[in-house]
Design a binder for this molecule. Structure first.
Ligand code: F6P
Length: 351
């Protein structure tokens, strides 16, 4: 029987983590369990970082706050000598019977391997503004990020209109275009460029000139950080990789904006939204999903359903296996959702 559970948040922070921490804590307490908050993701189970004892009071307000009260890191125990054993020992020393890991493909990839190779009793909660985990239709943080991008583009339109100036807005998402596509739709962007479909620079210029000639004084273009022109490399700001092998992306918007100015001969500026997309209070949807996912994760732990992940699937909150969640990156289905000529969301959805 479980007595004490722990919860950790790994990978990039985002709105929705605190509501999930609160929900896990409240649900676990209601089932008579003790709850320990592990600091800084997997790092907190490798180093002797002081854990937090979570109670009703310590999580009371946190669902309105962005980031994570537990802090986060991109730590990969499998890249460290004896990393997995250190995690297991620390869990044992802290009397942790089971664990909730809140994270994206990296954090949950570690959870999956710890479960498969070392039988660590763990359940996952999906979070990432990239929206690229499989086995769930929703990852915490995504809608909050879409809202930030949408509001930012609304604001940009003041200058765009006043100066008849086009903008290229670069958004995050790594190798998936979900954030670009969904926020581009929400903001009414004129063009959306995603990693799943390398774009033709001449076609972009042609579309912009056609808009201009068609009495549209400016264009608003959303580009995913992982998008690239056909035949070119992805734009990076640093070639060094993190412990999961990820390179730091960035600059795609800058290069495109420069190309547009030089070839379409219009005033065009880049805007890289960067980490603003991960900041601020969680949207109402992220609060609610954090609440639901937290409940399901605790129920799964108590039922001994380890190696699973809370999921939204076909409109229902359910459980899926971690192996399914991290098996492959969930990217945009371009056939179904992307117009590869107009660089837009598809205008027919039933066919
Ligand atoms: O995975 C979330 C994410 O925000 C990506 O969209 C982005 O490429 C990356 O994290 C940035 O990571 P960091 O905050 O470590 O620079």
């Amino acid at each position: 029987m479980l007595k004490t559970i722990a919860v950790l948040t790994g990978g990039g922070d985002c709105p929705g983590l605190n509501p999930a921490i609160k929900s896990v804590t409240q649900k676990a307490l209601s089932m008579g369990l003790k709850v320990i908050g592990i600091r800084s993701g997997w790092q907190g189970l490798i180093d002797d970082l002081n854990p937090l004892h979570l109670d009703a009071k310590s999580v009371h307000h946190i669902d309105r706050e962005g980031g994570t009260i537990l802090q986060s890191s991109r730590t990969n125990p499998f890249k460290m000598k004896d990393g997995p054993n250190a995690v297991i020992k620390r869990m044992h020393d802290l009397n942790i019977d089971a664990l909730v890991a809140i994270g994206g493909e990296d954090t949950l990839g570690v959870a999956h391997r710890l479960y498969c190779d070392f039988k660590v009793p763990v359940v996952g909660i999906p979070k990432t503004i990239d929206g690229d985990l499989s086995a769930t239709d929703y990852c915490l943080g995504f809608e909050s990020a879409v809202t930030v991008v949408t509001e930012s583009i609304d604001r940009l339109r003041s200058t765009a209109q006043s100066h008849e100036r086009s903008f290229v807005v670069e958004v995050m998402g790594r190798h998936a275009g979900h954030l670009a596509l969904k926020s581009g739709i929400s903001a009414g962007a004129d063009m959306i460029l995603i990693p799943e479909y390398p774009f033709d620079l001449d076609q972009v210029v042609k579309l912009i000139i056609a808009r201009k000639n068609n009495t549209h004084p400016y264009s608003m273009i959303v580009i995913a950080e992982g998008a690239r022109p056909a035949g070119s490399d992805i734009s990076v700001t640093s070639k060094t990789t993190d412990s999961f092998g990820h390179i730091r992306l960035g600059g795609a918007g800058f290069h495109l904006s420069e190309y547009i100015e030089n070839h379409a001969h219009i005033d065009c500026r880049p805007l890289i939204l960067g980490h603003l997309q991960r900041g601020g209070s969680p949207s109402a949807f992220d609060r609610r999903m954090g609440h639901h996912f937290g409940i399901v994760a605790c129920e799964a732990l108590v039922a001994g359903k380890f190696g699973t992940m809370a999921s939204l699937s076909e409109g229902r909150i359910t459980l899926k296996s971690l192996s399914e969640a991290v098996k492959e990156l969930h990217v945009v289905d371009t056939k179904k959702y992307y117009d590869t000529e107009l660089y837009q969301a598809k205008s027919s959805l039933l066919s």
